[in-house]
Design a protein around this ligand. Structure first.
Ligand SMILES: Cc1cc2nc3c(=O)[nH]c(=O)nc-3n(C[C@H](O)[C@H](O)[C@H](O)COP(=O)(O)OP(=O)(O)OC[C@H]3O[C@@H](n4cnc5c(N)ncnc54)[C@H](O)[C@@H]3O)c2cc1C
Length: 160
């Protein structure tokens, strides 16, 4: 291995290739934070873990990843949705409430959907509705409710 390769890791902790800027420094916004910190020597590389041999997700990991996906998807719902957009977002939530892998979570979600039909009129309506649906689960689990006025900062625009 050349000296350059020794000082400039090619692969990060995440298993992704480290991306370098034209000046040869690790790119801050092209790498994961941990990979960037490792490549800049701020943290040492932890023992290698084979990401392809992780266990299936438990209820927490599945839930967190799912909410991330669902909120991110809904954050891009159009301001003026077409009829097709409306039909497809209804279909998405119907599938979710039928097929979410945690079956007792899915059953409660299906009940919520029936009692609180989703608001597909526009971007704001859908995201407010989703925030309410997520808060219902938070309440059930004894967690703090999220302030729905902040949904855009959390899922679309960022905090500054
Ligand atoms: C459809 C669905 C139903 C579920 N039902 C159950 C269940 O019945 N029982 C169970 O044990 N688990 C259930 N879960 C999982 C549970 O909701 C959590 O995902 C899990 O407990 C992990 O919680 P967390 O603390 O990582 O944060 P999560 O609740 O996963 O939230 C992730 C992030 O979303 C943000 N957030 C939190 N609340 C809101 C909100 N109201 N609006 C916008 N953003 C918000 C916060 O920044 C938070 O860090 C369900 C998940 C889904 C997707």
């Amino acid at each position: 291995m050349s000296e350059t390769n020794q000082t400039k890791p090619e692969v990060g902790v995440s298993g992704r290739k480290i991306i370098y800027d034209k000046d040869g420094k690790p790119c801050r916004s092209c790498n994961t934070l941990l990979d960037f910190q490792m490549a800049t020597g701020k943290v040492s590389a932890p023992a290698k873990k084979d990401k392809y041999r992780e266990d299936p997700p438990d209820v927490e990991k599945l839930g967190n990843s799912s909410w991330t996906f669902i909120h991110s998807l809904c954050s891009k719902y159009p301001e003026k949705p077409s009829t097709q957009d409306k039909v497809e977002i209804n279909g998405f939530f119907n599938v979710l409430s039928r097929m979410y892998p945690c079956t007792w979570c899915a059953d409660d979600f299906k009940k919520y959907l029936k009692e609180h039909p989703l608001d597909n009129t526009d971007n704001e309506g859908l995201n407010r509705w989703l925030c309410g649906a997520h808060n219902e689960v938070n309440k059930k689990l004894g967690k703090k409710e999220f302030d729905c006025n902040l949904w855009k900062k959390r899922w679309r625009d960022g905090w500054d």
